[in-house]
Design a binder for this molecule. Structure first.
Ligand code: SMO
Length: 703
């Protein structure tokens, strides 16, 4: 028999898509739990203050309300853990329901359990809450900090021919997955335990954290994350509302459920970005980078989700991107304010680091008179130096960064695009071309897989990773089918179920294919060896795989656009993407990630922004005020991929889930500022809304 053509590398359709398209997916709100009590939360109406009265008794008079709880009832519960990726200065406490003080608008203060969602809400409205706001508002304070230093930066700046600087204020963003947060808890009388359907990226973390916070054995908890309608980092942490809902099931020995409304997600789900960053780049007149100074400050809320410090960490430690910068001083800080919590959001600091670097590089190009693509090529780490350790201590694994720019030049028709831009400019149009290079470090650590060859010849792959609609099962089935030399249809992939999958981390940080996929590959190799040695079916092989270091995806994007003088509206003509995601398992999924990531990056660049007033009241509380990108906002994307395998994981894969959100914002920002350069405009903050552009254009033209 001729060898079968490999499944890896084929754009196979997602195994879940038919079920989802037919409306047969079961999201948390679809889970039927007879007799479950619905939970609703009374939330703080103000950003700070002391609770002087909380009277729950009137809630109990509402029909169909069974119980009402305040902070006292849950004050004994344990603390949520925080991943200390940078040095913590304080150890804030995070109540499940507010204790004495309130620290943000939307913070859960009390909870009502009713036999219907409406009765629980009515119960909340009946609660009497009085908050004394007479004290001064708490000042923002630093909760964590870290600095990196390498070489003689002072000397570099003293001897530089050119110094450019840049200050950026990233808009705060609401991740807004299609499915809001939700949890459905079935009480199990036989074990006095719970089976939980949770819309999460990290079901095993949910189980572990719940066991610790509720002080019960993990064996009493099963977590199922079957259909998850998007997450984008917002569902990598466990929320107070969710912990309360599980506590209430165990307390009342009844099933419970809570599904957030969109407004509740705007108010109290983790938000992303909001980072302030400042940088200075020193270079010689022939465009050689000599030194970088940067400071970033990431906002956090008064309570930190598990990933609360990751943005501050990545926004700094990924500097200076893929460039060789011999000397560097970088520092980052996380600063707490009485606003909604922040956490990781698709890219989680990567976009912020990249945007700062790519603005500085564009300014360096302008100041030195060197073409923006050329100055990047001159300073990027050469392929022959990889693997290479950066000045912030990261190991860049593999690739050919300069060649990605060569491919971009060729596929995007860079030189022709510049010629067309210049022609348009001569006709008085505000036309711009922007490029940006980016790095995307995929996560580090371990993931697990368990693969069984059943007696009937079918294969079951159980992964510790999970899926939130991005096709994990399909890619893992491709890996298993090729490794075991079986039909793709013979493979079933399970994930997102702590009872039927091995312990694992989950779907975040662009780690699932490089690490989770490598675990599947290794387990399949082991299984195959056992079968070849003569084992009888059924046979099971397990692997807990740990990578040798982060795989660094990278790429570069080009955007050409025109801005309407009269309205400030941007028309994106053309976007070209070149991404190297290492070994590609399923090109359709890779393209889908790039496309979706670009859409989200475009949202940040042009449309989205969470706004608070000076009292900490949320102004953008719905999609009427918070502008999400729609299909018509997206230009055609011309996507090209390179495949340099990573030597640091068994599969050779790199992440691509965050590529577009990292590459798109600076490419768009650089293009817009290129278009505005003839007017003398050198800096602007995202989102680049038509009104902001129109005002900038109008005032520049009046000068
Ligand atoms: S922002 Mo991602 O879910 O690590």
């Amino acid at each position: 028999m001729p060898p079968r053509p490999p499944y890896i590398g084929r754009p196979l359709p997602d195994l879940r898509s038919e079920r989802s398209l037919r409306g047969q997916g079961a999201y948390v709100a679809d889970i039927e739990l007879p007799d479950a009590l619905h939970v609703a939360f009374l939330r703080s109406p103000v950003a700070f203050g002391t609770i002087v009265d909380l009277d729950l008794s009137s809630a109990l008079d509402v029909a169909c309300v069974l119980a009402a709880h305040g902070g006292k009832d849950v004050s004994g519960l344990g603390k949520l853990s925080v991943n200390p990726v940078i040095e913590m200065l304080t150890s804030p406490s995070y109540p499940i329901l507010a204790q004495q003080v309130v620290q943000a608008v939307g913070q859960p203060v009390a909870a009502v359990l009713g036999t219907s969602a409406d009765s629980a809400l009515d119960g909340c409205e009946a609660i009497r809450l009085a908050v004394d706001e007479s004290g001064p508002p708490p000042a923002p304070d630093a909760v964590a900090r870290q600095a990196w230093s390498n070489g003689d930066t002072k000397d570099a700046f003293a001897n530089a021919d050119i110094v450019v600087e840049c200050q950026l204020q990233h808009p705060r963003l609401a991740p807004s997955p299609m499915e809001p947060r939700g949890i459905a808890v079935r009480y199990e009388p036989a074990t006095d335990g719970v089976t939980i359907w949770h819309s999460t990226q990290t079901p095993h973390r949910t189980r572990k954290e719940l066991a610790a916070i509720l002080e019960i054995a993990p064996e009493r908890i099963t977590v199922i994350a079957d259909c998850v309608g998007g997450a984008f980092g917002m569902k990598a942490s466990l929320y107070p509302e969710e912990i309360f809902t599980v506590w209430a099931a165990l307390e009342h020995k009844r099933s419970t459920r809570w599904v957030a409304t969109r407004s509740e997600d705007f108010l109290s789900a983790t938000q992303g970005r909001g980072v302030t960053s400042y940088g200075r780049l020193a270079l010689s007149k022939d465009g050689q980078f000599l030194g970088l100074e940067a400071r970033t400050d990431a906002p956090v809320g008064r309570w930190l989700p598990n990933s609360g410090l990751v943005t501050a960490w990545n926004a700094a430690r990924i500097l200076p991107g893929g460039y060789v910068v011999p000397s560097l001083e970088v520092e980052t800080q996380a600063t707490a304010q009485n606003l909604a919590p922040t956490g990781i959001y698709r890219g989680a600091g990567r976009p912020e680091a990249n945007c700062l670097m790519e603005r500085l590089v564009d300014k360096a190009a302008k100041a030195s008179g060197i073409d923006p693509l050329e100055i990047r090529k001159r300073n990027l780490t050469p392929a022959h130096s990889l693997p290479s350790k950066t000045a912030t201590g990261n190991v860049l694994d593999s690739g050919d960064y300069a060649n990605a720019l060569n491919l971009l030049r060729q596929h995007a028709g860079y030189d022709e695009a510049l010629r067309i831009r210049d022609e348009r400019r001569q006709r008085g149009a505000l036309a711009g071309v922007g490029i940006a290079f980016y790095l995307e470090p995929s996560g580090n650590g371990w993931e697990s897989a368990e693969v069984s060859w059943q007696s009937d010849g079918t294969i079951i792959v159980a992964s510790g990773s999970s899926s939130q609609g991005h096709g994990r099962e399909t890619a893992f089935a491709q890996i298993a089918a090729d490794t075991l030399q079986v039909d793709f249809d013979a493979v079933t992939v399970r994930c997102g179920d702590t009872a039927h999958c091995p312990e694992g981390i989950g779907a975040l940080a662009s780690r699932s294919t490089p690490i989770g996929g490598s675990a599947v590959l290794r387990a399949c190799n082991d299984l195959r060896a056992q079968i070849e040695a003569g084992a009888d079916l059924p046979v099971t092989a397990r692997c807990q795989y740990e990578n040798d270091g982060q795989a660094w995806g990278y790429g570069c994007y080009m955007v050409s656009l025109e801005i309407d003088h009269e309205t400030g509206e941007i028309t994106l003509d053309r976007v070209t993407c070149v991404d190297d995601a290492g070994r590609i398992i399923n090109p359709a999924q890779v393209h889908g990630q790039i496309r979706g990531g670009f859409a989200q990056g475009l949202g940040e660049a042009l449309l989205e922004q969470v706004i608070y007033d000076e009292d900490g009241q949320l102004v953008t509380g719905s999609f009427m005020d918070y502008a999400m990108p729609r299909a018509v906002d997206l230009p055609p994307l011309d996507i090209h991929t390179a495949q340099t395998p990573s030597p640091l994981n068994a599969l050779g894969a790199k992440g691509v889930g965050e590529a577009g959100t990292i590459g798109a914002p600076p490419a768009i920002l650089n293009a817009v500022l290129d278009a505005l350069a003839p007017l003398g405009i050198e800096d602007m903050d995202m989102p680049l809304t038509p009104s902001k552009l129109w005002q900038a254009i109008t005032s520049a033209e009046q000068e």
